[in-house]
Design a protein around this ligand. Structure first.
Ligand SMILES: C=CC1=C(C)c2cc3[nH]c(cc4nc(cc5[nH]c(cc1n2)c(C)c5CCC(=O)O)C(CCC(=O)O)=C4C)c(C)c3C=C
Ligand SMILES: [Fe+2]
Length: 433
């Protein structure tokens, strides 16, 4: 999917009252005062596009903000344009009941389709029955779809945990869904690693992304529990080459040489699982590696500009490779220091290995020792982890000058199935078939 696939969406709110300081009347109250006629009249008077929206069948009130289509051959959130914010959640499956897990995935899919379109979950945040908790938690009322994408994946533990075939899926585990090996320098925290399921929520508004994860977690209560989650800001990658390349927490442009969402041949070669790759249920999907990479930014900030530029093999201002003028000039690898990050990460130094990066910066307060807990939440998509992240990280972990300034502290790998085709399809349907 490309930028062209984004459509104009709708707001999550809440009629005319949402524009004023007065509290919004409940749907029950509105019906009591004259029902739909009043609501329509009020909407028209307010210049809004449609009727007051309160439930599953209600229409959005006003247009504005972009929605990324949820249904398609591939899940959105991989090759679609990168949004500003991230909320990534990894879940442990706590139920042992396969039918309950299937029902959850169906419910999650329905909720995800609604939220990405800018709708409230189920009957909405303000439901008819005041005796029950509402279906939607409500904090996204009035917010635009904000290009929300929800990308779902399954981790190794869903297929087998502690030697047990928990859901009769062991034989369906993809060979490419390996447990990642330990790399030199890793200092992984188990509490920030792994997981049976994941949802990557990306949006241009942080509250929209957080609302989405929160509502999925709420729907999953008693069946799944959040194992760890990560908020991200300041995307450190671009899948839209003509857009300005964002900068990471080290001040360098990050994402210059990434696969663009429009490069279908490269996506087919390096990102999407092909028909012959197997298993069938993964065709059109991809594999996600997430790494929480802490930056020693206090040390970095005391490092000379020359050393910083040598570490990456690019200049800080323009982002041009050593010996070249412009950011998008082809890198001259031999002109860089042998341990420069870009030289070591380039496909020519790795037998052609190419991944799609989609990471975000994070700052999570301090570490108790007067240092910022900040860094890069690295996300990579690839057709096969064994031909993507693993050889690349093996090379970087051994040789990269950047290692002096970073440490990998969290890690997870997930199989990301193909896109949800239509309303009859759901996350993982082909896996459980
Ligand atoms: C295993 C893969 C990679 C990890 C881990 C990684 C960590 C990491 N990277 C930066 C900053 C930059 N990376 C850049 C380029 C780049 N990095 C990787 C892979 C990993 N990076 C690749 C494949 C590439 C592209 C190489 C190429 O084809 O030229 C750059 C340069 C700009 C760019 O092209 O994006 C920067 C800057 C940090 C800070 C980091 C860990 C914290
Ligand atoms: Fe990198």
């Amino acid at each position: 999917m490309t930028e062209a696939n984004t459509t104009t969406g709708s707001e999550r709110n809440a009629g005319p009252a949402a524009d004023t300081a007065s509290p919004r009347p409940s749907r029950r109250a509105l019906l009591g005062w004259g029902g739909a006629g009043l609501a329509l009249g009020a909407a028209a008077a307010g210049g809004t596009a449609a009727a007051l929206r309160t439930g599953a069948d209600a229409q959005p009130v006003a247009s504005g903000g972009d929605a990324v289509p949820f249904h398609g051959a591939h899940q959105a959130g991989i090759a679609t344009p990168v949004q500003d914010r991230l909320h990534f959640a990894s879940f442990d499956v706590t139920t042992t009941d396969r039918a309950a897990l299937v029902k959850l995935l169906q419910d999650w899919t329905a909720a995800a389709a609604r939220m990405t379109a800018g709708h409230e979950v189920g009957d909405g945040a303000i439901s008819d029955n005041e005796e029950l908790p509402p279906d939607d938690t409500g904090e996204a009322l009035g917010l635009k779809p904000s290009r929300l994408t929800l990308t779902f994946g399954v981790g190794p533990g869903l297929f087998e945990k502690d030697g047990k075939d928990r859901f009769g899926l062991r034989a369906r585990r993809p060979k490419a869904l390996i447990d990642l090996p330990a790399f030199p320098g890793d200092n992984l925290d188990p509490a920030r690693s792994g997981g049976d399921l994941c949802v990557q929520a990306c949006a241009d508004d942080p509250q929209v992304a957080v609302h989405a994860i929160r509502n999925l977690a709420r729907i999953g209560m008693g069946k799944v529990a959040i194992r760890w989650s990560q908020l991200g800001f300041g995307k450190t990658s671009s899948t839209t080459p003509d857009a300005q390349t964002p900068r990471n927490m080290m001040g360098f442009k990050d994402g210059t040489r990434n696969i663009a969402g429009t490069e279908t041949a490269r996506l087919d070669k390096h990102v999407w699982v092909g028909e012959k790759d197997g298993p069938d249920w993964m065709t059109g999907g991809s594999y996600l590696v997430a790494r929480r990479i802490r930056m020693h930014i206090e040390t970095w900030d005391r490092t000379s500009l020359r050393e910083q530029e040598d570490v990456f093999g690019r200049d800080k201002a323009e982002g041009a490779p050593v010996g070249r003028e412009r950011e998008h000039d082809e890198p001259l690898l031999k002109a860089m220091k042998p341990d420069a990050h870009v030289r070591l990460a380039h496909p020519d130094s790795n037998n052609g290995v190419t991944i799609l990066r989609r990471g975000y910066s994070f700052t999570d307060g301090t570490d108790g020792l007067g240092r910022l807990d900040a860094g890069l939440f690295f996300i990579a998509y690839q057709r096969d982890v064994r031909d993507g992240f693993v050889p690349l990280q093996t090379n970087l972990a051994r040789n990269d000058a950047l290692n002096e300034y970073i440490q990998h502290v969290g890690s997870a790998v997930f199989a990301v199935p193909p896109g949800v085709r239509d309303k009859g399809d759901w996350w993982g349907k082909a896996l459980f078939a």
